[in-house]
Every structure is written in C-alpha cells, then in structure tokens.
Design a binder for this molecule. Structure first.
Ligand code: KG4
Ligand code: ZN
Length: 404
C-alpha cells in the first residue's frame, strides 16, 4: 500500500510518500519520497508562528514539496502509467507517479486553522483530480505512532521504519510547541488523555524564555545547546556555584499528571529583570540560566512521568513532539525508567522525526490501514470509515478521536 501524506498544521510544509506492508506481526514503512520545508526563519521576527504568513507560505510551498516528493519517489515506480487526469497543481513530469498511490492523507488537526486548511484544500483537490480516497489524520496520533516505530538499519540505502512488538498499554508524553500531554493507549487506536498543560505548552515556554535570553526562534534547540555547554563547564569546575537563580518546578507535588509552565516563564522573566536585563548577563551567565530553565522543565517532566507510569501501569513509554529532541529530557527520562521502571520499555524517536513532518502522518495512516485491514479499493466495509473528501474539516480539537 502506497500513500501520499500532507502536513501543514503549523510552520512546516511536509509531503511524504510511503509504502507500507505487513510481515507477520511487524509493519514496515519505506519512505519513497520526503520533502520538508521549515518556515521557522520567516516567523523568527515575530517570535512565534504568525498564522497568515504560515498560510501564505504553505500555499506557495505545497506544490514545490509535492513535486520534490514525487521526483524522489518516481524511480521506485516501474512504468509510466497514465494518470488520466489533467495535472494542474504540479508539473506534468512526475504526475504519473500519482497513479501508483492508493490514498492521499492529510493532517486535519490539531493545529493552526489557516495552516491546516491550506493542506486540506490542497489534498482535496489532489484527491478529486486523481480519484483517490482522502484520509484525515490526527497530528498528535502521527507524533505518537511514528515515535513507537524504529529505524530499520538492515538496509543502509533505504529509509525504512519498523513498528513491532509494542506492548500495551502505551503511555505517550507528547511535548511540542502547541501541546504538552500524556496520552494512554490501552488498545490500539483508543486514546485517553491522562494529563495536560493547564496553560503554556512546554515548547512554547522554551521559545518564550529563549526570546527573553535573546536567542532566536524556535528557541528550544538554542536553550538546549547553551544548557549543555553550561553543564560541561560545571563538570570541569566542580567547586563552582551556579550564577543562575533557582527557578520554580511548578505543580511538582500536585498529585495529578497535569502541568503548568506559565509560572516558570514569569519567574524567568522576573529573574532576568532583577539582573538588569539580558544585556547585563555574560555569555556564561546566559548559558547557566538556560541550564537552570531546562533542568526545571526536565524535573517536572520526570516527576509527572513517574506519576503517570505509577497511575496507569503502562508497559511501554514513548515520547514525541519537537521538544523530545532535547538530549537532557531524553536522558533524564531514560534514567527514570532504568532506575525505577525497568520492566517498562522506553521507545524514543530519532531526532529526524521528533519535529513536525509528513512521514509521521503517513505512518499513522498506514498503521490504521494495515492493522485494521482496510483495503482502499471500495470493496471493503472498513474502508467506508474513510470519509469522503468533501466532509473533511480542519479541527482544532485536542482530543485524539479515531481519524479513520
Ligand atoms: O512538534 P513541533 O515541531 O511543532 C509543534 O507541533 O509545535 O515542536 C516545535 C517545538 C518548538 O517549541 C521548539 O522550540 C521545540 O519544539 N524544540 C525543542 C528542541 N528542538 C525543538 N525544545 C527543546 N529542546 C530541543 N532540542
Ligand atoms: Zn507537532
């Protein structure tokens, strides 16, 4: 089964073409084409994602990303089948590759509405021009399922992922610029929200504190990099006392799996102000501040994960979303599992897929189709659950309902 996936929920424009197959109990995903363009540099001057700009950029970049993904995938298709449709949204040259695709899938939420709509409209047009089914996919489900898969390194020349041996229940900690939540999957494709942020998402806090520290948007990677340098410096100077003020660890002992990061952000703001502003900090002090902030966030995530694992008895723990790229967070959660929950399997996504991309959307759709034996030729009653293109809506809904 070959599908083409489109992701435009925030500021990344992604198109990917994946082939999925089932071998015994394993699902295999082979990336045939993948194109991803980040608009982060354009949004940097606004200090966050500017929705109208995101929409305009998606509109401009979607045909280019489609063309690139089709160009990558084209050599995998043996013959030039006629697609029998006029090619209006990308060049004639690689259009024939679309004839080999079984379905188009698109992120329908959660995300920024104007950005989501651009992808949905584009996908609808493509599906109707080429007579393909259109499947809506939940963005958070994409983060979760793709994080459960691992890269297949057996064949170095191919980009392949394998999903196998996942023990249920799965507890996922999804941490991104828009979300911070624990999702429990007791059975495949049923999701329970176990905890969530009551205010800012963790990635948002990283981005805002980075801005206070005069670091570019998106701030997460910059905070992580400076924090790592500060840790290294302290290792060398074991006598050294931190120059950073101690920041709070909000809701550490609330007894729930919910989070709150706005107090931490405000505490950071006041602490910088108390020092006379960021320009009064030396490079080392700025790095120390980033270290203290990342440590505060990590302490909270570790404590809440302990709580959620105890509460749910999950057998597998997985992290996903852009913030899951943080080395500190990955390592500290790893230590928690090794020391306190050795019976729980820790699945950790490689960094190439923690941020938004279309591969994760394709993997979520393929997992549904392959595990639920959905045949996309119209003969299958399961396939009737694939909604007709005209009914697909953008949804800002946080809940992980069944997308197909
Ligand atoms: O999942 P994602 O790409 O987009 C959303 O759906 O929001 O996540 C983006 C977020 C940004 O807030 C970014 O600062 C954060 O992920 N991020 C990181 C790191 N890399 C990206 N946060 C902490 N450490 C990192 N290394
Ligand atoms: Zn995301």
């Amino acid at each position: 089964m070959i599908i083409l996936a489109i992701e435009t929920s925030c500021d990344e424009t992604g198109v990917a073409i994946l082939e999925g197959s089932k071998q015994d109990d394993a699902l295999l995903f082979r990336v045939l084409g993948n194109a991803l363009l980040s608009q982060a540099a354009l949004h940097a001057e606004y200090g966050g994602v500017y929705p109208t700009l995101a929409k305009r950029e998606h509109e401009k970049n979607l045909p280019l990303m489609l063309e690139q993904a089709l160009r990558d995938a084209a050599p995998h298709f043996p013959e030039k089948k006629s697609s029998g449709s006029p090619q209006t949204i990308f060049s004639e040259k690689y259009g024939y590759a679309l004839a080999h695709i079984d379905a188009i899938v698109v992120t329908h939420g959660p995300g920024l509405e104007p950005a989501l709509w651009t992808g949905i409209e584009f996908a609808k047009k493509l599906a109707s021009e080429y007579g393909k089914p259109l499947i809506p996919v939940n963005h958070m489900e994409g983060h979760m399922i793709s994080s459960l898969a691992r890269r297949d390194t057996a064949d170095e020349t191919a980009q392949k992922f394998v999903l196998e041996g996942v023990e249920l229940p799965v507890l996922a900690l999804l941490i991104s610029g828009g979300h911070t939540e624990f999702v429990l999957m007791r059975e495949w494709f049923t999701y329970e929200l176990i905890g969530k942020t009551l205010d800012d998402a963790v990635g948002e806090a990283f981005d805002k504190v980075a801005r206070m520290l005069d670091m570019p948007y998106p701030g997460g990677p910059h905070i992580s990099k400076h924090a790592a340098a500060a840790r290294e410096a302290r290792k060398k100077d074991s006598e050294g006392v931190s120059s950073a003020p101690k920041l709070p660890r909000p809701m550490l002992h609330s007894g729930t799996c919910d989070f709150s990061f706005s107090g931490l952000k405000t505490a950071a703001l006041y602490a910088i102000r108390d020092r006379g502003g960021v320009h009064m900090l030396t490079e080392d002090e700025r790095a120390e501040f980033a270290r203290e902030f990342e440590d505060a966030v990590t302490d909270v995530l570790v404590a809440k994960t302990r709580q959620a694992l105890e509460q749910t008895g999950a057998k597998t723990f997985v992290i996903g979303g852009g913030v899951a790229a943080s080395t500190r967070i990955r390592e500290q959660l790893g230590q928690l599992l090794t020391n306190e929950f050795p019976e729980v399997t820790y699945r950790i996504p490689e960094r190439t897929i923690t941020g938004d991309n279309a591969i994760m959307i394709a993997e979520a759709a393929l997992t549904h189709c392959l595990m639920r034996h959905i045949v996309l030729d119209g003969s299958d009653t399961n396939a009737q659950q694939v909604p007709p293109p005209e009914t697909i809506r953008a949804t800002g809904n946080l809940s992980l309902s069944r997308p197909i």
